[in-house]
Each structure stands twice: as structure tokens, then as C-alpha cells.
Design a protein around this ligand. Structure first.
Ligand code: ATP
Ligand code: MN
Length: 158
């Protein structure tokens, strides 16, 4: 354990309240370790697949969805929340909008960018909280060797 253990912290976010609550936890650690903060929003291509043509799905996979207003606004709001906090704290910030299966994109991103810690919510926008863990979090835990801090919705601020 050293002061430089967490140099790069990844926050995958779908913009949900639970994810935003996890951002608060991530920021405490990022400030402590003077870490670079990475925010990642993934457009879930399985979820949007059937309503779109192949060309559109291809563009989403590449993180290019400028004319898909709703998706772009969701992505911008999700990572923008992290950006504001990282900038206010004077921390280095990296932002990525991508497309694919969220857990695969998150695990690939963590590996390819030398991420030391992933901080994410126990649940997300689906809002079904009967399950102990949302599927993106559960699958991410099964897909990566990088340490993951899961912040439970029950710890949400009032
Ligand atoms: P489910 O999606 O399985 O029906 P859910 O929406 O409640 O349930 P998850 O999607 O697993 O739960 O969300 C848990 C956490 O995973 C979120 O708090 C967020 O940190 C991350 N996450 C979920 N979806 C995305 C996404 N599309 N892009 C980036 N991070 C995501
Ligand atoms: Mn979800």
C-alpha cells in the first residue's frame, strides 16, 4: 500500500442516482490519491439494437452518436456530472462515450488504460432493486481483475 496506489480511477456511469452516489465515493479517494479520474458512459447496443439499423449500431459502438439526441444527452449528463466534480477538485479528467455491452467495454477500458480502481453503483437506471446487484456490476466483477468498489444504493445520501 502506498500513496500512489490508485493513480487512475475509472467511474463507469449510466447517470443514475446510484451511480452519482458512487461518484461521491470515488472523488474522496481520487482527492486522497491525487488520481486521474476517468468517466465512462456506454451506450448498451443490446438494449438499443432492435430499434436501429446496422449502420447506426456500428456508429454507437464507436462512441459516435451525435445525432441521436437522447443518447447523447444521457451520455453528456452522466459524464458531465463527474467532469464538474473532477475539475472543481483540480484533478486530471478523462471522459469517454462508447458503445457495446457495458461490462465488456468497462473491463476492456480498465485493462487498456491501466486503471487501478473501478468505482461503480450497485444498481443503475433500471431501478429494480430486488436483485442484490445490477447485471452490469455483477458482470463487470466477473470480467476484470482490477479492484472494484461497489457503492450500494442503501448508502445513497438523502
Ligand atoms: P439492470 O441494468 O441489470 O437491469 P440496474 O440498471 O439497476 O440493473 P446496473 O445496470 O448493473 O444496474 O448498474 C450498476 C452500475 O453500473 C451503475 O451504478 C453504473 O455505475 C454502472 N453502469 C450501468 N450501466 C452503465 C452504462 N451503460 N455505462 C456505464 N456504466 C454503467
Ligand atoms: Mn442498468
Amino acid at each position: 500500500m502506498s500513496e500512489t496506489m490508485y493513480k487512475r480511477i475509472l467511474i463507469p456511469t449510466d447517470g443514475s442516482d446510484v451511480a452519482e452516489n458512487a461518484v461521491d465515493h470515488a472523488m474522496v479517494l481520487a482527492k486522497q490519491f491525487d488520481a486521474e479520474v476517468h468517466a465512462l458512459f456506454v451506450a448498451d447496443t443490446d438494449a438499443v439494437h432492435y430499434a436501429l439499423g446496422t449502420e447506426q449500431v456500428d456508429r454507437i459502438r464507436q462512441g459516435r452518436f451525435p445525432e441521436m439526441t437522447e443518447l447523447r444527452e444521457d451520455a453528456e449528463a452522466a459524464t458531465g456530472y463527474v467532469r464538474e466534480r473532477a475539475e472543481a477538485a483540480g484533478l486530471e479528467f478523462v471522459e469517454r462515450h462508447a458503445g457495446g455491452q457495458p461490462h465488456n467495454v468497462i473491463a476492456d477500458y480498465a485493462r487498456e488504460n491501466d486503471i487501478d480502481l473501478v468505482v461503480m453503483g450497485s444498481h443503475g437506471r433500471a431501478g429494480v432493486r430486488r436483485a442484490l446487484l445490477g447485471s452490469v456490476t455483477e458482470r463487470t466483477l466477473r470480467s476484470t481483475h482490477v479492484p472494484v468498489l461497489v457503492v450500494d444504493y442503501r448508502a445513497e445520501k438523502e
